[in-house]
Design a protein around this ligand. Structure first.
Ligand SMILES: Nc1ncnc2c1ncn2[C@@H]1O[C@H](COP(=O)(O)OP(=O)(O)O)[C@@H](O)[C@H]1O
Ligand SMILES: [Mg+2]
Length: 278
């Protein structure tokens, strides 16, 4: 089935029973096919709750969430929703279920009831896509954090989802692991047109996405291209967020007298503008 609209939320709201607060508060959002959207927001702003609404781990207490046009609240859609929208979580150790990498990637496929002969090529393809082929027979606990997260990504990828939701998938990794996982997912997004929802608190990752969404008290506070969002420095600071390191450095250099243009977000931008400037 063709998925034209991977994620659409219509006034989606979620209230935890315990405290009665709206963790996600009337969020209306539509994520076009093939895009990679970063979701930012300080702790408790509702990012994880929104992520869980996007693959029917939670059902909205008000409003609707549609995954590839399927209403997540309808019980008969549950398995299709989970197949279309795969999740990767923060802690790589909590996501590994098998003692061999290949079996770990197979786990989701077994749950979906994919026939054995079809499973093997899908597993190989997924491991290749995250550059973990040579570890297929390895024990997951021997891998680095970045490698474990790539195995988790392969597990989702093998299910051939239309959208991948990664909830702070790089938060527990060292800088090189973070880069590994981010660039792997960005590449899958570009080359396989997989739609990605990338929840993060690293501004430099958000700067490399197509679109940036900022949540505050469960509602959308900002929504635009990285350049649009990160040029609003005061607004970001009010919401408890930083600007990307290169944007901050550019601002310092400007105050030191260099005439750098607005919109510098990445190291590449900085190098280019400094060359032009010197
Ligand atoms: N299991 C839970 N029970 C009750 N309240 C929760 C639960 N999980 C999160 N919350 C509350 O919901 C709000 C949003 O949390 P969360 O979605 O985890 O935000 P984020 O991922 O941005 O840190 C917070 O106020 C948090 O305290
Ligand atoms: Mg969270």
């Amino acid at each position: 089935m063709d998925c034209i609209q991977p994620i659409e939320t219509q006034g989606a709201t979620y209230r935890y029973e315990e405290d009665g607060q709206q963790a996600v508060d009337h969020v209306s959002l539509s994520i076009p096919k093939g895009s990679m959207i970063a979701v930012l927001g300080h702790n408790g702003s509702g990012k994880s709750t929104l992520a869980k609404l996007m693959n029917a781990l939670y059902l909205p207490t008000e409003g609707r969430v549609l995954v590839c046009g399927l209403d997540t609240a309808l019980e008969e859609n549950l398995w299709d929703v989970r197949r279309h929208a795969g999740m990767v979580f923060q802690n790589p150790d909590n996501q590994i279920v098998a003692t061999v990498v290949r079996e770990d990637v197979a786990f989701g496929l077994e749950n979906l009831g994919v026939p054995q002969p079809e499973m093997l090529p899908r597993i190989d393809e997924a491991l290749l896509a995250v550059r973990m082929t040579e570890y297929a027979a390895a024990a997951p606990h021997m891998l680095s954090g970045g490698q474990k997260q790539r195995v988790a990504v392969a597990g989702v990828l093998a299910m051939q989802p239309d959208v991948m939701i990664l909830d702070e998938a790089t938060a527990m990794l060292d800088p090189s692991g973070r880069e590994e996982v981010f660039s792997t997912v960005r590449k899958l997004n570009r080359e396989k047109s997989i739609t990605v929802v990338w929840i993060t608190h690293f501004m430099e990752e958000a700067a490399l996405c197509d679109r940036v969404l900022v949540l505050h008290h469960g509602a959308i506070a900002m929504d635009g291209t990285p350049r649009e969002v990160f040029s609003q420095v005061d607004e970001l600071k009010k919401l408890g967020l930083d600007v990307p390191p290169m944007a901050e450095l550019a601002e310092m250099l400007r105050q030191g007298g260099l005439s750098l243009p607005a919109g510098i977000l990445t190291v590449d931008d900085m190098v280019k503008e400094l060359k032009a400037c010197l």
